[in-house]
Design a protein around this ligand. Sequence first.
Ligand code: CP
Length: 306
Amino acid sequence: MGFKGRDVLSILDFNREDLETLFKVADDIKANPFKYSEELKGAVLATAFFEPSTRTRLSFQTAILRLGGSYIDLGEIERSSIAKGENIADTVKMLDSYVDIIVIRHRIEGTAKFAAEIAESPVINAGDGRKHHPTQAMIDLYSIHTFKGGIDGLNVAVMGDLKYGRAATSLILGLTLFKPKALYLISPPELRIRPEVMEYLKQAKVNFIETSKLEDCISELDVLYVTRIQKERFPDPAEYEKVRGSYRITLETLKEAKDDLIILHPLPKVGEIDLKVDKTKHAKYFEQAALGVPVRMALLKLITRG
Ligand code: CP
């Protein structure tokens, strides 16, 4: 399929070969960062975030700067003309006339797809509601590839809010492009994967196991991907209260873990991992977040230059 000129709306827009190309370019960027310092000279990227973000927004901005380009940021929505009632379509039309790439995050599912239908420039989905976060999945898959030397044959667990978590959902879908030995889906019963994701896993013939107990599989795992409960997406606060604090990774939890288990997390983490775990050799989530820059640099390069 390739990347040149493409929108990035879902991880499933890409195939394994595409992702392996992305990984190779990210590897080369890590090894030779200055080789790419003028790669996108003159290019301008827009970040339009209608929901909070630290990593995605700032790492896209860092990525374009490190490639020799620049960015504009829509900033606080209250200070944009959306506060005067301008609609998303007109906002996207304007951004499209100013820049070469648009990165957009919105709480409403399908907003990035809608923006891509309006804009001629490539649109990158930086998260739409509970649905997709494709560039996070690229970083997560690249992190597994980097820390474990590959993805095939591994026992991978995705734990936490699998119902509302877009990072978890995108990673689960992205793993179907590879051949993990087993995929453990660990969540409170109320936060199990959605039926359409379950159906996709069945069609893709992924060996997946649903459980609510990490202790059932911790000793088998090569990768444990933890996510926070997405409080902001619960339609009913009472539903959130029922699951709040229902899981937490501690040193005790990890007693039965393999020596080389890696723990990943898309961040932000908000209490589901004890701070003492941060200091263990298992904790790779800050390194994972740092890989966001080379992966997003590789993606921007491939989209604009091929
Ligand atoms: N992982 C992630 O999307 O982080 P931010 O919400 O800080 O961008």
